[in-house]
Design a protein around this ligand. Structure first.
Ligand SMILES: C[S@@+](CC[C@H](N)C(=O)[O-])C[C@H]1O[C@@H](n2cnc3c(N)ncnc32)[C@H](O)[C@@H]1O
Length: 277
């Protein structure tokens, strides 16, 4: 599913400036459910199928082993029921529901003001779906991920939302965001900054596609303070996952052109809000 009205801001290559145009397919309430879109500049065509616009085609986009595991069959289906519903409770050491988490992220990104939002590394679409519902009538959201398995599941879960509020989903690399400068009012990132092969690059790209004053809200994992936690994180790091120190996070945001707010920490989880300079 991809909203037709968003095609003008989609620029699959940095050299493009015109956006995409609709070629043919099945459309409902302004949402392309399946079909083809085209770049008038390169003549490249991109399919909308399995519930998302695929801008990567044969390019995997995976930059480390952790990324590659999200391509496994069943990764998308299992992600929310097996891990996501309890991930913050396990990582903070206290009951922490998905509802509470998404409320925090919504408030940090200031979803109330409406406009266009972006979910970076959306997986099965927890933030994408919840923000899409909140934005009904005031804005819209695009969830991007490199994993076909995750995006297919995100589309399946989002299809229960009423058509007027449904999000757009695209297979795209957060390190090369396929959107025009200043296209979004805000961006959210749940756990993905730890997984991106090049988080500094993703943050610079996010700054580029945000409008001046645009908001960024991140939930992520900090370097553990316990020996046991550090041992586990050292093992996970071999797959490419990184765990940040608080000042490292601050500096990453600062260097990318964001003014970070106070970073809130609970257990090994952080919530950070930042404004695009
Ligand atoms: C920790 S999960 C995200 C969880 C999700 N945001 C949530 O709140 O449930 C990380 C996701 O980032 C995706 N990812 C990794 N590298 C990416 C990249 N360069 N561009 C886009 N997505 C990427 C992975 O495929 C995976 O689905």
């Amino acid at each position: 599913m991809f909203r037709r009205n968003l095609l003008p801001i989609v620029q699959p290559r940095p050299s493009e400036s015109d956006g995409l145009i609709y070629v043919e397919g099945t459309e409902e309430n302004g949402i392309i459910l399946s079909g083809t879109v085209r770049s008038p500049e390169t003549d490249n065509v991109y399919p909308v199928k399995n519930g998302y616009l695929d801008l990567l085609g044969r390019v995997s986009g995976a930059g480390n082993i952790a990324n590659a595991t999200n391509f496994l069959p069943g990764a998308g289906r299992g992600y929310e029921p097996l891990w996501r519903v309890r991930s913050l409770t396990l990582l903070t050491g206290a009951p922490f529901s998905n509802e509470r988490e998404v409320e925090k992220i919504s408030s940090l990104v200031d979803v109330e003001r409406g406009g266009r939002f972006l979910d970076l590394g959306c997986s099965a679409g927890l933030y994408t779906r919840t923000l899409a519902r909140k934005l009904e009538g005031t804005g819209e959201i695009v969830g991007i991920d490199i994993s076909p398995s995750m995006l297919k599941e995100a589309a399946r879960r989002a299809s229960t939302i009423k058509p007027a509020a449904r999000p757009s989903l695209a297979r795209a690399d957060a390190g090369r965001l396929p959107f025009a400068d200043g296209s979004f009012a805000g961006a959210v990132c749940g756990g993905s900054l730890n997984e991106f092969a090049d988080p500094a690059r993703v943050l610079r790209e996010t700054r580029r596609v945000l409008e001046p004053g645009g908001r960024l809200a991140i939930m992520g994992i900090l370097r553990s303070r316990t020996t046991r936690g550090l041992r586990l994180q050292r093992f996970l790091s071999t797959s490419g996952i990184r765990f940040f120190e608080q000042d490292e996070l601050h500096s990453l945001l600062d260097h990318a052109g964001f003014e970070p707010d106070l970073i809130e920490v609970q257990g090994s989880v952080f919530f950070a809000g930042a404004t695009r300079q």
